[in-house]
Design a protein around this ligand. Sequence first.
Ligand code: TEU
Length: 585
Amino acid sequence: MSAHPTTPPAAHTPAWWTSAVVYQIYPRSFQDSDGDGVGDLRGVLRRIDHLAELGVDVVWFSPMYRSPQDDNGYDISDYQDIDPLFGTLDDLDEVVAALHARGIKVVMDLVVNHTSDEHPWFAESRSSIDSPKRDWYWWRPARAGFAPGEPGAEPTNWESFFSGSTWELDADTGEYYLHLFSRKQPDLNWENPQVRDAVYAMMRWWLDRGIDGFRMDVINLISKATHPDGSLSDGAVAHGLFGDAGPFTMNGPRLHEFLQEMHRDVFHGRRDGLLLVGETPGATVEDGVLLTDPARAELDMVFTFEHMGLDHGPGGRFDRRPLDLRDLKATMARWQHGLESTGWNSLYWENHDQPRIVSRFGDDGAHRRDSATALATLLHLHRGTPYVYQGEELGMTNAHFAALSSYRDIESLNFASSARALGLLDEQQLVGALAFGSRDNARTPMQWDATTHAGFTTGEPWLQVNPNHVDVNAASERVDEASVFHHYRRLIALRHDDRVVRFGDFRMLLPDDPDVYAFTRSLEGTTLVVACNISGSPRSASIAELAVPGELVLGNLPGEPAIHGDVVSLRPWEAVVLRVRRSSD
Ligand code: TEU
């Protein structure tokens, strides 16, 4: 491994992922092959051309391991097998070989903050207080002065990510176990070295099988402090009933030690060619630097959540507040600058947990195509490794479900039942809250074509297909050079080909402009000027770099951009990338 894998000087070979684009597949919603309404591995095999045509370098698969599917596979009962819902290990080998044959790497989701409660480790752990695996999970007696099961007897007042307490009573042994997510996702106790060894062995087994890295689920939650109560949270559901677990469970005291140990035990000697990306809710830029500093040998990059919270009110993800573009600029610039000399950014708008960006920061009505391509341009021209979530490359929109009965996601369902029980929202408000914040917005089946169920399945899809698939689908976009799909294809090609996109220094322009998002990327005498109108009305902006005539590298609307002097006039949702060379060169 080189000492400075992210910087371009000739003396060091930059890490391969500095020019890579990653595509996330949520297998359940990608392509069904057997008519059971759930996507599967043989379905993926049928769609490899789509990925190759888009030009992505890596595919990250959301979990396909054996699982009771309480949280759609993020509750794993066997880390070394594929759930029959998705196929077999042989099917996976075939998919990996087919992707490798196209030069596409494969990254697996690694969910090791918790297991399923149906994992044999947990079954053993819960069997008795004296079980040799008791300490593999977080067991605690009832709060002093309380009988187990009594209201308030939970060891701490922490609220789970999925509503309610983080503690579940096991009636047989009279103790509580910790679950930061659902009660079917007990947290592993990483303090126990046997747990860590078992996880590392499993990871080596996957690497030996030929996969190219891991996306590590909530990896910054693995080290927890001891257990004080949290300050009362002000979330809509918690409503003063629960405390915030974050300060005790995120970025805990031994996080870096554990990641460095994992690096030594799992990746040592086979580091080149792998991708290690951590999902890190609550991580600050300072955390990001520590986690991705190559010299520390922890992770290559992390997913920040800061830009994803900017349209959330005090009640969290179901509490909508309009995005102020200036906040987005400030947040993005902070991460760009924070990781410019040490570490590396991942760049994303969407994943299986986030509503669709075009419905969120864009306009999924009349300006769907233009706002989807403007937002894509904005993101992909930053410095970092871009991630494209399935359907984002088509400009897929939120589900806009009108009925609560359409939702399937455990987080949405738990939120709805808590909000109802506490009388916080009426039915109409609930429909609105889920239409904005539900994770199911990202999980509706992939829209391949205009036929029934969008070509996703011949059966009944597990989650309704968006009716707009008759207009928004891969088949029609593939034959339309002006489509969102082809725009993504061009952005991906640009990252592969252009050293300024890959390494150029980032400088934010116009931080106080509420509608125009503009920045430069500069390297070796060349500057790219990126200017995006993030609004549905014409806007203009004065950008000093444009005084020198530039060449259009990429735009999302037909024709040349209107530039007079140093003023660029942008049509609604217009995004342009211009190359200017400094006169001194
Ligand atoms: O998500 C963790 C996470 O912090 C959030 O994005 C989460 O989705 C939560 O809803 C916040 O409101 C990861 C996975 O991506 C998610 O799908 C899993 O449900 C979760 O971990 C548990 O494994």
